[in-house]
Ligand binder design. Structure first.
Ligand code: PMP
Length: 403
């Protein structure tokens, strides 16, 4: 059965033999949101998506622990079969209140939120218009939906408009799907322009705020809040696995009859619900986002520090700072070597290789946390720059293109 992966196996073994396998780093201990132990070394984490550093928040841990003691380790089934716990219902009310929406549905992961919502919303007669750089969960949800799928050029509202014009006479509904902050390159969607196209064509709009919830906006509601287009967004999808520091996903909406999706979204119906401890901890994490805007401020300062540090070191980056920064390389072998040397020097970042990346680039992807100390960011910049120099990356400037 696995013969079809022969070429993958060769690459995998080559990577492992050469210098340790980037895809199975095993941390011996997680020490804090920004440090971990790997063997006898402490490494600095710069690739966690732990944007607000809430994984070690004492209030979240206290609420999760209390729920763990009171209600046990797991629900052992789906909400349709085993029933909803009070903490699930409370979390859904919390998500809806946070986003100012009528309803919210909670899923066991963010991946399942996209899978469940897209497949339940779009039928064969409907059309999904997906940004070309969409996350795998969006593509998989579209496939499960069986709807017609049209990809439009990444962050290009004019291309979206053109495609909707072509589809004008097609029966069924049109649903545009975009992300707020894109996970690989850290660029943001032009939501104001996309919302205008949506209105013009009478389409629906879903925004996946996986990386922007709790991170962007005066209240942390994401890119929709920043762009002032929340009323144009019909469905907000998000995850609890990044800024909220846990696991789980959601979709929130004002649409009447949104509740019906509980009886049609298979990724909701046929999988076990969140453990009560997670639901309780996440509810508290929303309180933290509400009560501690300084976390977002600290994250912003740290993102700017990394961005300006790398720019000063000669890296060509995107036009504005973002909590996600990627160094783009055209050669996967060089990227692997760079990644490995960073780890050897005590810095953990994400290695993203084709085909999981936009335009088949190899990426050293970093994500900043509010929990980073400024000195940690400075140290990371020093390490990245020193190894870049030794590998000739910074001198080979065209290799490191603008994000
Ligand atoms: N949507 C986007 C845009 C993502 O980047 C991710 C995770 N990387 C997901 C959904 C899935 O979220 P989760 O990891 O919580 O399943």
């Amino acid at each position: 059965m696995l013969k079809k992966y022969a070429s993958l196996r060769d690459a995998f073994h080559q990577a492992r033999g050469a210098m340790g396998n980037p895809f199975d780093v095993t941390f011996d201990a997680i020490l804090s949101p920004t440090t971990a132990r790997l063997g006898d070394r402490t490494v600095l984490l710069l690739g966690t998506n732990n944007y607000l550093g809430l994984t070690f928040d004492s209030a979240c841990i206290a609420d999760a622990t209390e729920a763990l003691r009171q209600e046990g380790t797991g629900t052992t089934g789906s909400r349709i079969a085993n029933g909803t716990y009070g903490v699930h219902a409370a979390l859904e009310r919390r998500v809806a209140r946070f986003l100012g929406r009528r309803d919210a549905m909670v899923f066991t992961t963010g991946y399942q939120a996209n899978l469940g919502i897209l497949s339940a919303l779009a039928g064969r007669e409907d059309t999904l218009l997906l940004d070309a750089d969409s996350h795998a969960s969006i593509y998989d949800g579209a496939r499960l939906a069986g709807a017609q799928v049209t990809r439009f050029r990444h962050n290009d509202p004019a291309d979206l408009d053109r495609r909707l014009r072509h589809l004008r006479d097609r029966p069924g509904e049109k649903l545009i799907v975009v992300e707020g902050l894109y996970s690989m390159l850290g660029d943001t969607a032009p939501l104001r322009e996309i919302a205008a196209v949506k209105r013009e064509h009478g389409a629906y709009l879903l925004v996946d705020e996986a990386h922007s919830l709790g991170v962007y906006g005066d209240h942390g509601r994401g890119l929709g809040e920043v762009a002032g287009v929340e009323s144009d967004i019909d469905f907000v999808v998000g995850t609890f696995s990044k800024s909220l520091g846990a696991i789980g996903g959601f979709c929130a909406s004002d649409l009447p009859d949104f509740e019906l999706l509980r009886l049609t979204a298979r990724a909701y119906m046929f999988t076990a619900s969140l453990p009560p401890s997670v639901a309780a901890g996440v509810s508290r994490a929303f309180d933290r986002i509400d009560q501690q805007p300084e976390l977002r401020q600290r994250l912003k300062l740290n993102a700017e520090r990394l961005y300006h540090g790398l720019r000063a070191a000669g890296f060509v980056l995107g036009p504005v700072p973002s909590p996600i920064v990627s160094v783009r390389l055209s050669d996967p072998a060089l990227a692997m070597r760079y990644w490995n040397e960073l780890l050897t020097a005590g810095l953990y970042v994400n290695l993203a290789l084709p085909p999981a990346t936009p335009e088949n680039q190899s990426l050293l992807r970093m994500s900043v946390s509010a929990a980073h100390e400024p000195e940690q960011i400075d140290r990371a910049v020093e390490i990245i720059a020193a190894i870049g120099t030794s590998l000739g990356v910074r001198s080979a400037m065209p290799d490191v293109a603008a994000a």
